[in-house]
Design a protein around this ligand. Structure first.
Ligand SMILES: [Zn+2]
Length: 284
């Protein structure tokens, strides 16, 4: 699932190429993927893309004429931009895919620059929703704080924890209305780095543990953004370098493998409905 670092990587890559471009054609191949289903294409065609912003894991394409297109990739979404015969890829890789459009392409947007933007989604949990600028702002204002913003201070984090004392650390970190952008990968990595079991109740964390968790969330996200996240492309010819954070993963995807600190096998548990990997011995 694309999380904050992966979505931020897509945003940066796309921004260089699509800002200022006008939408000249729109094809919706799966009507339930878009909203509103009626007039979606008509309202988009002719609009100019004025900016591309990220709120947690949500991408918002600001358009002239007071519109905003919100795209969420959820579990298996990906965005591909065809640019001069090559593609620029971001999001969840789908094995065996070499070309766009393909059977998972639900939305195709052609731009005045000649580039074409494809939104693909294997499991169809993602969406593309068109709103007025005002309605779009109302929606993103309900999102939790972005942990990469300078305004996300330790005092803010401490305040959020105080309101979540009975919840597991994992559930708290995944709650997008508290902090937005963390998913399964970076919650497990942050908990390991802070030596805290994701199954702990938030209220049991000591002051030192809270600080350690806060620092590690920031450090891990910053590093992951710098490494272009944890992604790889399955497309044949791409401009984009794959995300190299995979090399830095200590627990995610490593259940049963030796802990890099103590050498004992990493445990796997289900916490708030998500597969969770941690070291029983190194994490208190
Ligand atoms: Zn260990």
């Amino acid at each position: 699932m694309p999380e904050l670092p992966e979505v931020e990587t897509i945003r940066r890559d796309l921004s260089r190429l699509i800002i200022g471009a006008r939408i000249v054609d729109v094809i919706v191949s799966l009507s339930k993927f878009v909203s509103p289903r009626r007039l979606f294409e008509q309202r988009l065609v002719g609009r100019r893309i004025t900016s591309l912003k990220r709120y947690g894991k949500l991408l918002v394409f600001a358009l002239d004429g007071n519109y905003a297109l919100q795209v969420h990739l959820k579990m298996t979404g990906q965005i591909v931009l065809r640019h001069k015969g090559k593609v620029l890829f971001g999001g969840h890789p789908i094995a065996g895919l070499l070309e766009v459009p393909n059977r998972y392409t639900h939305l195709t947007i052609s731009l005045s620059t000649g580039d074409v933007l494809y939104v693909n989604d294997l499991r169809q949990f993602g969406y593309a929703k068109l709103f007025t600028t005002e309605d779009s702002q109302k929606i993103v204002s309900r999102f939790g704080i972005d942990p990469l913003l300078p305004s996300f201070t330790f005092a803010v984090f401490e305040g959020l924890l105080k309101k979540a004392t009975g919840r597991t650390v994992k559930a708290f970190l995944l709650d997008q209305s508290k902090m937005s952008g963390l998913g399964n990968i970076y919650t497990d990595e942050s908990c390991f780095a802070a030596s805290i079991k994701p199954t702990r109740r938030a209220g049991t964390l000591t002051g030192a543990e809270q600080k350690k968790l806060y620092k590690n969330i920031r450090a891990i996200l910053k590093c992951a953004v710098a490494k272009r996240g944890t992604t790889s492309s399955t497309y044949e010819r791409t401009y984009t370098k794959a995300g190299s954070y995979t090399r830095y993963l200590k627990v995610y995807g490593r259940a049963g493998k030796p802990c890099q600190r103590c050498g004992r096998p990493l445990s796997k548990a289900r916490v708030s409905g998500r597969g969770t990997v941690y070291c029983f011995y190194c994490q208190a």
